[in-house]
Design a protein around this ligand. Structure first.
Ligand code: GLN
Length: 447
């Protein structure tokens, strides 16, 4: 598959020829279920779009039954910026319903397969975007990351996935899951493409009040030769599988060979991350999902009166995982439990931020696993709690609002990709990309 950098220099004829071949290839790999729709808006370089990002005059369903029939009346800011840069939305990719999940199994459209082993999940919730890029069915894709949904599927499918600092990329037009955690980001074949796509979609936007209004770009200054101080977290790795531990060792050696300084640091126990995240995310999700009432958007099941219509529409339209989170979110926000759960979670969130702040007083980057294992088999994480626990390595980054990039480091004995992530200080995407490019070059690794 050509890279984004190469695609940007194709002529219109070459691009049209490429798109025709791409459609044929997508059709031949339909079983993967990476795409839920292969339409196209515009005539630029084709980029696959997760099904929770608004593209004008196109169905947007967030992988849910409740949004069947909804057509977006406007473009998300990231889409406007993409179009201005000569890219165009091409295909909508499958996802866990409302971005809740780590496997893409909770989609209304059925599961997406991992391109490296069809018995395995592609990760989630941006599993369709990761599978499309991993299978050579997309040059690059957009995903969204609330608690790891770009980085974890990227790691499972052997691609690069980047979550920007909170506020760097406008959330205007992104279907909200947990507004204080959500960020849109690039999913690409390599680090340089991720930097290119990040530069295109990031920057000022008056339509998002949480936007950082910063317009600096990383690509013009991309430099893999900077020597950086990088933290490793030996104790944090206790919960990781042998494959992940081996990949971690390999990455440390590669970083040392590239001339970076490695220092050991400690993170607080990740079990607190899980609690803080699942309380915060479900509380915000409950509020965000209240708007899907059958009156304003999508699918309606008409009841005997207004309240009955709300109940029937929501009971029919939402899947089990979404319902579970609405229940959980309402519980932690209810008057008797608000202090005990929600307020405590916010205090824990502050501790996590402080923990990162302290580490970053001394280092430029942190090397961390993305997930405790390689891609799980379908049905393996049947118990929702097991699935929540598998997010231990990604969610603290969202709670602290930091930028992070997952990249492929090795393959395990079964040929499955193992990815790791680098994490940087808030707004220091430059160092994140410089360090990631250095690691990628040193590993000389191509999936
Ligand atoms: N797996 C996490 C969750 O289910 C993260 C999802 C995401 O980042 N959208 O909430």
């Amino acid at each position: 598959m050509i890279t984004l950098k190469e695609a940007l220099s194709l002529s219109k004829e070459e691009l049209n020829k490429f798109k025709k071949e791409l459609r044929t290839k997508i059709e031949a790999n339909k079983d993967l279920n990476a795409y839920i729709d292969v339409n196209e808006k515009g005539d630029g370089v084709p980029i696959a779009i997760k099904d929770n990002i608004q593209v004008k005059d196109w169905a947007v369903t967030s992988g849910s039954n409740i949004l069947q029939g909804y057509i977006s009346p406007y473009n998300a800011t990231v889409i406007e910026k993409m179009v201005d840069a000569g890219l165009s939305p091409f295909g909508r990719t499958n996802m866990d319903e409302f971005a809740m999940g780590s496997t893409t199994e909770s989609s209304f459209y059925g599961k997406t397969l991992n391109p490296h082993n069809s018995d395995c999940v592609p990760g989630g919730s941006s599993g369709g975007s990761a599978a499309a890029v991993g299978a050579g069915l997309a040059i690059a894709a957009l995903g969204s990351d609330t608690g790891g949904s770009i980085r974890q599927p990227a790691a499972f499918c052997g691609i690069v996935g980047m979550k920007p600092t909170y506020g760097r990329v406008s959330r205007y037009g992104l279907g909200a899951y947990a507004s204080s955690l959500d960020q849109i980001g690039p999913m690409t074949q390599n680090v340089e493409d991720a930097a290119i796509l990040y530069d295109i979609i990031s920057g000022s936007d008056d339509k998002d009040s949480t936007n950082a209004k910063m317009d600096d770009k990383v690509t013009p200054n991309l430099n893999p030769n900077r020597k950086l101080k990088i933290a490793i977290l030996p104790k944090y790795l206790e919960n990781a599988s042998k494959d992940v531990k081996e990949a971690y060792e390999k990455a440390i050696e590669a970083l040392k060979s590239a001339g970076h300084e490695i220092v050991e640091k400690e993170m607080m126990n990740a079990k607190f991350d899980i609690s803080a995240y699942y309380i915060t995310a479900t509380a915000e999700a409950t509020t965000n999902l209240a708007r899907y009432d059958g009156i304003r958007y999508g699918n309606r099941v008409t009841g005997s009166n207004l309240e009955d219509t709300f109940i029937k529409t929501r009971s029919n339209g939402f899947g089990d995982e979404v319902k579970r989170r609405i229940l959980l979110g309402n519980f932690v926000l209810s008057s008797g439990y608000y202090e005990a759960y929600y307020v405590k979670a916010q205090k824990t969130r502050q501790l996590i931020k402080d923990n990162y702040k302290k580490i970053f007083e001394d280092v430029d980057l942190i090397l961390s696993p993305v997930a405790p294992t390689t891609a799980n088999k379908f049905g393996e994480l049947e118990n929702p709690m097991d699935m929540y626990l598998s997010d231990i390595y990604t969610i603290s980054v969202n709670l602290a609002g930091l930028p992070a990039l997952a990249l492929p480091v090795s393959k395990n004995a079964e040929g499955m990709p193992v990815g790791l992530q680098l994490i940087a200080k808030a707004y220091d995407e430059q160092t994140l990309f410089d360090g990631s490019l250095s690691l990628e070059k040193q590993l000389n690794y191509n999936f």
